[in-house]
Design a protein around this ligand. Structure first.
Ligand code: 3HC
Length: 319
């Protein structure tokens, strides 16, 4: 049921839906239902937070990369993720919110980000698996979002997807190399896949029947596919990739269905998903502490930038 804001008249809602149905792109200055704006702020801000928090598990291994080449690749990827966060905070700000307010909500534990980043990166194989599975899942989701009805979000996605493909390829290459290595290296990869596979499937959100936001997001073409459709697409793409490098996915129920051409898969542990979303994952506390500390340590940079901007452009930062 669409929550109608007092100021949204039935005529306005009807005209807006006609624009959406005609495949038009909605821009910041266009009229939009209050709930459309609210949903986009929710999704885009959570997406931006995910990019920034997502830098932490990989940052943990930057100083321990096994070669200069691997260190340079990982550094480039982590910098990309920071840039993705900034694009997305900019996209959120076109909807009338201020990134300071969004970041304060994150640091206060009042904002969601992808649950996947609350799992620990225990060894170097995790870096490969994060690239292959986590960025791989993000690509499936973000490729769909590149066609979202809101212009600034769609354009941010188009730019981000190009860089995500590099993220996934570098992770998959890392694993392929390790799988051609020693038995210990192969065991390290298999252990990392065992730990990250199911949380990667959870990234697409709850199953469609338990997804309260999907209905209105699909109606307004913010989402073009459902959570389950994207999850299935990711699994169908990933199983052959696992087979190609000799990795076994930790799901005994994985079975190819000749009729549907889908890989049927086992039950997802939704209790685990909701526990992590609600703050009880292995790294939730550590991740927010790290974000708050980084924000405090970076205060001088923000103040210097604001002072420079004020001096050279006369724009006084709102108190
Ligand atoms: N982690 C944390 N919370 C999640 C979640 C996840 N993986 N999946 C769903 N949720 C939350 C939703 O936010 C919602 O809570 P809210 O109403 O309080 O916000 C609730 O669970 C119910 O889920 P819904 O399916 O109704 O929510 P959505 O319709 O918003 O679908 C989504 C969830 C598919 C994640 C959608 O929000 C989306 O596509 N978001 C944009 C993409 C995104 O945020 N990706 C995160 C990963 S980014 C990344 O991986 C970076 C890459 O560089 C590695």
């Amino acid at each position: 049921m669409t929550v109608v804001n007092d100021s949204d008249t039935p005529e306005q809602l009807e005209a807006f839906q006609a624009r959406i149905d005609a495949g038009e792109t909605i821009e910041p200055k266009d009229w939009m239902p209050a709930q459309y704006r609210k949903q986009l702020v929710r999704m885009i801000s959570q997406h931006a937070h995910s990019e920034i928090v997502g830098m932490l598990p990989e940052g943990n291994w930057l100083t321990r990369a096994p070669s200069l080449r691997r260190k340079k690749i990982l550094l480039a990827k982590i910098q990309d993720e920071g840039g993705h966060g900034l694009y997305l905070y900019c996209a959120a700000e076109t909807l009338g919110v201020d990134r300071t307010e969004l970041i304060d909500q994150l640091h206060a534990g009042k904002a969601k980000y992808s649950q996947i980043f609350n799992y620990p990166s225990l060894n170097w194989a995790d870096i490969g698996v994060i690239g292959w599975l986590v960025d791989g899942a993000a690509i499936v989701n973000q490729t769909m979002l590149a066609k979202t009805s809101y212009g600034p979000y769609s354009r941010a996605m188009i730019r981000i997807c190009k860089e995500e493909n590099f993220h996934k390829k570098q992770g998959y290459e890392l694993l392929a190399q390790m799988m051609e290595g020693t038995k210990d290296q192969q065991a390290m990869v298999q252990d990392a896949v065992n730990r990250w596979w199911w949380p990667s499937l959870m990234m697409f959100g709850p199953s469609d029947k338990d997804s309260p936001n999907s209905k209105v997001l699909l109606k307004w073409k913010v989402k073009r596919k459902t959570n389950d459709e994207l999850r299935q697409r990711f699994i169908n793409m990933t199983v052959p990739q696992a087979n190609a490098i000799g990795v076994k996915l930790p799901d005994p129920d994985l079975q190819f269905d000749e009729k549907t051409k889908n890989w049927n898969f086992g039950e997802i542990n939704w209790d685990e998903f909701w526990a992590v979303v609600k703050g009880h994952g292995p790294c939730n506390v550590e991740r927010l502490e790290a974000r708050r500390a980084a924000h405090d340590e970076g205060r001088w940079v923000r103040e210097a930038a604001e002072a420079y901007a004020e001096k050279h452009s006369g724009i006084k930062k709102a108190a």
